[in-house]
Design a protein around this ligand. Sequence first.
Ligand code: 9YT
Length: 136
Amino acid sequence: MIVRTLQEAEKTDRRVVSDNWESTRLLLRGDNTGFSFHITTIYQGTETPIWYKNHIESVYCMDGEGEVEVLGQGKSKIHPIGPGTTYILDKHDRHLLRAKTELKLACVFNPPLCGKEVHDENGGYPLEAEAIIEGG
Ligand code: 9YT
């Protein structure tokens, strides 16, 4: 069994800070569970373009208000986000994530992230990245 606390993990390399968000990665590829699990804070008033071509992500909103705009060929759809909202990017959906207030999200990635990833120019992550866990 693996037991960790967010409070302890936030004091380590597991906490990754980017422009519009920060994320504490409680579970990573090096843990060998087949998925990674993160607690993510999206900063208030931000809009983040995201396109996870290499990953499936499941997002659960614990707190805050915002919206996700799914971008497609010619069509876009806006879904409000609040406490309890879950959205799953099962089709590698390109989207814009807007935080009206600070958003607290629980996120699962498959395949798991390695540790140090921040968004590339397309708003995604490569399959291989620097790991923070030995052997990860
Ligand atoms: C919702 C989302 O994908 N936010 C960006 C950060 C991501 N959750 C991560 O890398 O932990």
